[in-house]
Design a binder for this molecule. Structure first.
Ligand SMILES: Nc1ncnc2c1ncn2[C@@H]1O[C@H](COP(=O)(O)OP(=O)(O)OP(=O)(O)O)[C@@H](O)[C@H]1O
Ligand SMILES: [Mg+2]
Length: 322
């Protein structure tokens, strides 16, 4: 079997439209060691304006440590990074809003009051509060005490708090962790809305499904090292191959007749049919059925990039929601 690095190239050449957008973050061999443990290993990343950039990797792959360095919470062991082409400074940090850990909110104060207090502590103008409450859909509950909020609402208030200063970049670390399916869907919608509002978002997640649903670009980390970076659209690329067992004297010929067949191969008692783009196992099954052939075995082999990401994510028994 091929190793993940066979098909996954850590290097991604930007498309013409990507080249036009500004590089907002670049890291150069960014490294963090904790004693003998290398948590982040010579990481080269590039995030451009307008992207929703997913950092995807299993537990312990170095996502939070990377975000910590980018936010100035942790010092890199070696390597460097630049925000907006400049070394990190108070000025660059003002352009970044982050939900790294659960921010401190006062349980007996309302969402609105908590945001006002946060704005005051950060020295930012509270004028934006009504707008951000609207974005995170908390306007109706803004006067209720924080302690009455659901986990999803608390997370939404945390996002609102990061947005009050109207940052250029929003950083989110596992924004849907611990939420129920409804809460997860709400957060994902909100992230898309914030992106549509023109913000660049950097999001850490261990869920391929999440990254596919909300991100435009992503990087895959494994044990602190970058194994792939590129547009999310590429994940689904590559033809499907359908594995098939059916009994008919002339099966090979019939499979070649199918409009969706790109390549037909017989292998250890099975047929492998590489499908043309837009054709799936169900189309092949229907075609065979119409010819009076019933398949006793019909499986779609996963697309190679996707399969390899799943393997990386599953290495440490990480939950992979599909
Ligand atoms: N302060 C620390 N001291 C020692 N080791 C640490 C420290 N912080 C993180 N690590 C280790 O660094 C590695 C990367 O951890 P990190 O939290 O960055 O991973 P992660 O990708 O965010 O994981 P998760 O999906 O669980 O949030 C892990 O092996 C972790 O145990
Ligand atoms: Mg983490």
């Amino acid at each position: 079997m091929s190793s993940p690095s066979d098909n996954l190239s850590p290097l991604h050449s930007p498309s013409p439209s990507e080249r036009r957008s500004e590089v907002v973050l670049s890291t150069d061999k960014l490294t963090k060691n904790f004693g003998r443990l290398c948590a982040v290993n010579r990481l080269d990343l590039e995030v451009r304006s307008g992207q929703v950039f997913g950092m995807l990797g299993p537990n312990g792959s170095g996502k939070t440590t990377t975000l910590g360095m980018l936010m100035g919470v942790t010092n890199p062991t070696s390597g460097s990074f630049r925000w907006f082409g400049e070394p990190a400074s108070n000025l660059t940090r003002k352009k970044i809003g982050a939900v790294l850990e659960h921010p401190i909110f006062y349980p007996y104060l309302s969402g609105q009051k908590n945001l006002e207090l946060n704005a005051m502590i950060k020295g930012t103008d509270p004028a934006n509060i009504a707008k951000v409450l609207n974005i995170v859909e908390l306007t109706e509950r803004k006067d209720d005490k924080y302690k009455t909020y659901s986990l999803g609402m608390k997370q939404r208030l945390a996002i609102a708090s990061a947005l009050v200063s109207d940052p250029v970049i929003l950083i989110l670390d596992e924004p849907t962790n611990g939420l129920d399916p409804m809460g997860i869907a709400e957060i994902r919608e909100i992230i898309k809305r914030i992106a549509a509002d023109g913000k660049t978002i950097i999001l850490a997640s261990h869920l391929l499904d999440e990254v596919q649903k909300v991100c435009t670009h992503f990087a895959v980390l494994r044990k602190g090292s970058l194994v792939h970076t590129g547009p999310v659209d590429d994940v689904g690329k590559g033809e499907e191959t359908v594995e098939l067992v059916a009994y008919h004297d002339d099966l090979s010929h019939i499979l070649h007749e199918f409009r969706g067949s790109l390549l037909v191969k017989a292998e250890s008692g099975k047929y492998l049919v590489r499908m043309r783009e837009g054709f799936h196992a169900v189309d092949l099954n229907k075609f065979l059925f119409e010819k009076g052939i019933v398949a006793s075995h019909l499986i779609t082999q996963k697309k190679s990039l996707e399969k390899q990401f799943l393997e990386i994510l599953q290495e440490q028994n990480v939950e992979v929601r599909r």
